[in-house]
Design a protein around this ligand. Structure first.
Ligand code: SAM
Length: 346
């Protein structure tokens, strides 16, 4: 297939070629050829190593009304919670013992967490665990806020762009939220020296091969250090409750394409992929991913951070079961390592 050959040879594709490349997931031969190339490229930079991140979901309060999200501000069935600094540090201590060297602080856009409060939390983590990286995933904030958090020691920032198509963005978000603002935040974060992650859900309502092609083009332009993609999974208390779940096969195909487009990118096999299919994360690794993010949140809060229905949060998804995950990955030929797992600059 012409598009696949072009991708493998590192040539820039046109929009129409990206569309055809996305759709080529229906062709088993193309998929297999691309997957072999993705695995080869990843091994050049990472060998058989897989990095782990301890995910701490520290607040499910959110000021936004993203239509797809189970913790959006209009979901009335959610019991809201916030972790204290002490609880967050306790999660990190546990995680450190399990071998985690990156902690991801993720939450809704909860303005209770002012810059000062976040600065205090980040600097406390960095003081207690100087050999660990801190990743933030707390949504859109001012440039000055991102700057303060960076100065306090934050290393990375995850902010999925969700979709690079204006109309599609509007279908997924209420008035007042905009793609241009989302992009502006991503460029600000990059300028401030964060390792930056963008990304999108696969199969969100209104998504087409055309919008995915725009996502690939936007990612090429941004050139992020991390890319998070996972299938859209409906949440019963949102207006998308009756929508179809995103395809696992297409997600895997896109992981493969992303690995070839961005050889060094840190690419997680996401929780959503593991929720959509029992061995989703293993399949994600085989498709080109090289990161997993087990849940380090206090067990009693996990079910309240339900972005979508049936989100896995115990069993092998849980940080405390990391040994099981290690064994599973060894069986498919990959080694979970104790490492910060930074982007390999240079
Ligand atoms: N508030 C932060 C932000 O906006 O980046 C971080 C938290 S947000 C809940 C994390 C990600 O969850 C979103 O970027 C979105 O892609 C994903 N997500 C939300 N609802 C989802 C759903 N129903 N299915 C799959 N992923 C979902």
């Amino acid at each position: 297939m012409q598009e696949a050959d072009k991708l493998i040879s590192g040539e820039k594709l046109t929009h129409g070629e990206y569309v055809r490349l996305v759709e080529s997931y229906k062709d088993e031969h193309v998929r297999e050829a691309l997957q072999n190339e993705a695995v080869r490229i990843r091994s050049v930079h990472y060998g058989r190593r897989v990095f782990i991140r301890g995910l701490i979901e520290f607040t499910n309060y959110c000021r936004n009304g993203c239509f797809y999200c189970g913790i959006n501000s209009s979901c009335k069935s959610v019991t809201r919670y916030r972790l204290t600094k002490e609880e967050i540090l306790e999660c990190c201590s546990k995680g450190y013992e399990y071998g985690f060297r990156t902690f991801v602080l993720q939450g809704g856009e909860d303005m209770y967490f002012t810059d000062d409060i976040l600065v205090d939390i980040i600097s406390s983590i960095k003081n207690m665990f100087p050999d660990c990286a801190v990743t933030l995933s707390v949504g859109e904030r001012e440039y000055s806020s991102y700057a303060k958090l960076k100065k306090a020691g934050a290393d990375r920032y995850l902010l999925r762009h969700e979709t690079a198509d204006e109309q599609h963005y509007k279908r997924l978000h209420p008035k007042g939220m905009s793609l241009s603002e989302r992009k502006r935040c991503l460029y600000n974060l990059k300028e401030l020296g964060y390792q930056v992650g963008a990304g999108f859900m696969v199969g969100s309502p209104g998504q087409t091969s055309d919008t995915i092609a725009s996502d690939l083009e936007f990612l090429s332009e941004l050139s992020p250090h991390m890319i998070g993609i996972g299938p859209f999974i409906p949440h019963h208390d949102t207006i998308f409750a009756k929508e179809e779940q995103g395809s696992v096969e297409l997600t895997l195909h896109l992981l493969t394409i992303l690995r070839i487009m961005f050889p060094k990118v840190l690419l997680p096999a996401t929780t959503a992929l593991g929720t959509a299919e029992t061995d989703g994360r293993e399949r994600g690794i085989l498709a080109g991913a090289n990161v997993v993010m087990p849940n380090l949140s206090p067990v009693n809060y996990r079910k309240e951070y339900a972005l979508y229905d049936n989100k896995i949060c115990t069993g092998d998804e849980a940080a405390e079961c990391i040994e099981n995950l290690k064994e599973k990955f060894l069986k498919i030929g990959y080694e979970i390592v104790q490492d910060r797992g930074d982007y390999p600059f240079g």
